[in-house]
Design a protein around this ligand. Structure first.
Ligand code: MIC
Ligand code: SF4
Length: 650
């Protein structure tokens, strides 16, 4: 059978399932966590009483919560470090860089599988991995050797023809896909790239594309492993990790998309969604207050050398604050060695730490009513920390040229014509210095029982779901629009991120950006239901968006549809995701309506739909139970942690 690249890797990684099944169980070779989801991951791992780690490699990165304006973040770092000692996990110290950038540089391996507690884990698809973002509990389970179960995704072939022109960037390829497919367009799909244009795309460019595939809602994205892959791995001193890999000729795909790279013009995502795309040539005179270059999407050495190429002997506009966050210590140190760092500093850039920084609202919130231009991947309203700011997303080239003029305008394209970017190449050798990645001390996967776990006072226990009852009663506590992100459900900013290991505190902020009465009503009613539109829970993998509602006793979410990772996080935590059969029923239900669901246990065992009675309107609606057999079992047992605790070592 002729196989596409995704299936080729998959077929060797399946547990108790086949590439043709509706639901597949994927064996996980590598895991990654970052600190803002990592604390919960490891608190859950502790509950599994693990005797031996089962992954080939696990890495814990500290890259999100680096503002230390109280002891909480540093306490979380210390907790994760002690966990790494106990379970023989690599610990990437703060300052080493953003998890996806560092993983690509130092650990990603063609043909392997990676599960990460961050939605942008698919970045490693650039090195021909099956790399998937998931909730923290799924990562804990993968470390304990449990296969990761997902709906078998459709594989979409994206054929890239030709070569990008001087002013276009890899970012424009993924922005074009977002324009055509929207933020819902990739749910349960894998985007597999091929075509004559692939060979010209460097690994960091491929990484930009795979990274922002997360914004399509895709399960993952993947590139073949070719000469470019070899060159990258060799330049990282890792040529031994190279394996050549591509799809079989004439293999089968579920769908095709073709992009002619020569015709691609620079694009921009306008406020407040990554799929609100315009062409730069259609923009007129937008005055910019802030520009932020970096994030796991665009912070490679070449990205930043292009910025320095543009800013050489120039000055950042008086009205613009330009920040640059190099993706890793490697990138920063190479910028220092090449002289680019001096150019950037001299031009007036503010150099930030190698971390997520402004991307997750950890500092650099722009001024009131401002316009901020960023190379990042998400521009949801309020994510930058300033509720009324407008955030645009574009390539490093467009950001750098705008930093000089202070104005976003079609004329920037003429300015860019003056630069020849073909001269800027990926280095033949990256500077390799892993002295801030602490290797496990022992060459064993056995748990080091004598290691003492260090827990600061802010680290609280993980909430557990209670047993499912056959009748559910409660009020609709909120009615939400389409495309509600996990940033709406569980907001993140410099004030809240320090509480990622304290669900009781965080629960006070659940859904605050969308409905600031939600928390009080949930407390008054002692729980109830959430009513939502399409694509509920898009964006981040943070399982806090399920743990917060769980703590507030939310029993079920009734939505038109769900985003993949969030749906799984709800299920893992025993909250039932129900989908409207007739989407117009959503319109009929109001906040504070009293709902009753009968025969729940029976329905979860054997039915595909369930009736929900609205007592206030004397009506009943049919909702679909779109859950696999194993997911039903999991909900009936009160969530994954309840089901697994104690079991995994057997
Ligand atoms: C994000 O970009 O939203 C994050 C912060 O990296 C999240 C993880 C988190 O919420 O901690 C993600 O993308 O999964
Ligand atoms: Fe960090 Fe931003 Fe990337 Fe999330 S999207 S991992 S916050 S850089």
């Amino acid at each position: 059978m002729k196989l596409n690249l995704f299936k080729k890797i998959l077929k060797n990684k399946l547990y108790n399932s086949s590439i043709l099944d509706d639901e597949i169980n994927i064996k996980i070779d590598q895991t990654l966590t970052q600190d803002s989801t990592g604390t919960m991951t490891y608190l859950q791992l502790e509950k599994l009483n693990l005797k031996e780690r089962k992954t080939k490699l696990s890495v814990a990165y500290i890259d999100h919560n680096l503002l230390q304006s109280g002891p909480e973040n540093a306490d979380d770092h210390l907790y994760i470090k002690s966990i790494c000692k106990k379970y023989n996990i690599y610990y990437s110290k703060p300052g080493t860089g953003i998890c996806h950038q560092v993983h690509l540089e130092r650990f990603s391996k063609p043909t392997q599988t990676l599960l990460g507690s961050d939605s942008h884990t698919p970045t490693s698809g650039a090195l021909s991995m099956i790399a998937i973002g998931a909730g923290g509990l799924d990562i804990a389970c993968a470390i304990a050797g449990k296969a990761y179960t997902i709906k078998n995704p459709k594989v979409i072939n994206v054929k890239l023809n030709g070569k990008l022109n001087n002013n276009a960037s890899a970012k424009d390829i993924i922005l074009k896909l977002l324009k055509d497919l929207t933020v819902k367009g990739g749910v349960n799909k894998v985007f597999e790239y091929s075509g004559s244009g692939v060979k010209y795309l460097s690994i960091p460019q491929r990484a930009t594309i795979c990274n922002m595939g997360a914004e399509l809602g895709a399960t993952t994205s993947i590139f073949p492993s070719d000469d470019m892959t070899y060159e990258f791995l060799k330049a990282q001193g890792r040529d031994d990790d190279f394996v050549r890999l591509e799809a079989d000729e004439d293999c089968i795909y579920d769908d095709f998309i073709e992009i002619n790279l020569d015709e691609l013009n620079p694009l921009i995502a306008c406020p407040h969604s990554p799929d609100n795309i315009k062409e730069i040539r259609d923009l007129k005179n937008i005055k910019i207050d802030q520009i932020c270059i970096g994030s796991c999407t665009n912070s490679s050495f070449k990205d930043l050398s292009m910025v320095s190429h543009i800013l050489k002997n120039k000055k950042v506009h008086d009205d613009v604050s330009l920040t640059i966050s190099p993706g890793s210590k490697q990138v920063l140190s190479m910028l220092a060695e090449s002289g680019d760092l001096k150019i950037l500093i001299d031009a007036g850039a503010r150099i930030l730490e190698s971390s997520c920084g402004p991307c997750i609202g950890m500092g650099q919130s722009p001024n009131t009513n401002s316009i901020s231009l960023r190379t990042f991947n998400r521009n949801f309203k309020g994510r930058c920390g300033t509720t009324d700011a407008s955030v645009y997303l574009t390539s490093p080239k467009i950001c750098a040229i705008t930093a000089i003029t202070g104005v976003l305008d079609s004329s920037l394209l003429d300015e860019l014509d003056n630069y020849d970017f073909s001269k800027i190449k990926e280095p033949n050798n990256y500077l390799v210095n892993d002295n801030t990645i602490i290797k496990p001390a022992y060459d064993t996967k056995k748990t080091n029982e004598d290691v003492k776990i260090i827990k600061g006072p802010n680290i609280k226990d993980v909430p557990l779901a209670s047993k499912m009852t056959s009748t559910l009663k409660g009020k609709i506590l909120t009615k939400l629009d389409d495309d509600i992100t996990t940033d709406h459900i569980m907001p993140s900013n410099s004030k809240l991120l320090p509480y990622r290991s304290n669900i009781p505190y965080l629960s006070k902020f659940v859904l605050k950006p969308s409905d600031d009465k939600f928390y009080d009503l949930a407390i008054k009613e002692q729980g109830g239901f959430i009513l939502a539109g399409e694509n509920y829970g898009q964006g981040s993998s943070r399982e806090h968006a399920a743990l917060g509602p769980l703590y507030l006793n939310i029993k079920a979410v009734l939505a038109k549809s769900f985003a993949r990772i969030h749906k799984k996080n709800l299920i893992n935590n025993g909250i039932i995701p129900l989908e409207f059969k007739n989407k117009d029923d959503y319109l009929d239900i109001d906040v504070k309506n009293n709902l009753v669901i009968n025969d729940l246990i029976e329905s979860l065992k054997s039915k595909n739909t369930i009736d929900v009675i609205n007592e206030d309107k004397n009506k009943s609606y049919t909702l679909e139970i779109n859950l696999s057999k194993s997911q039903r079992e999991l909900i009936l047992k009160g969530g994954l942690l309840n089901m697994l605790a104690g079991d995994l070592n057997a």
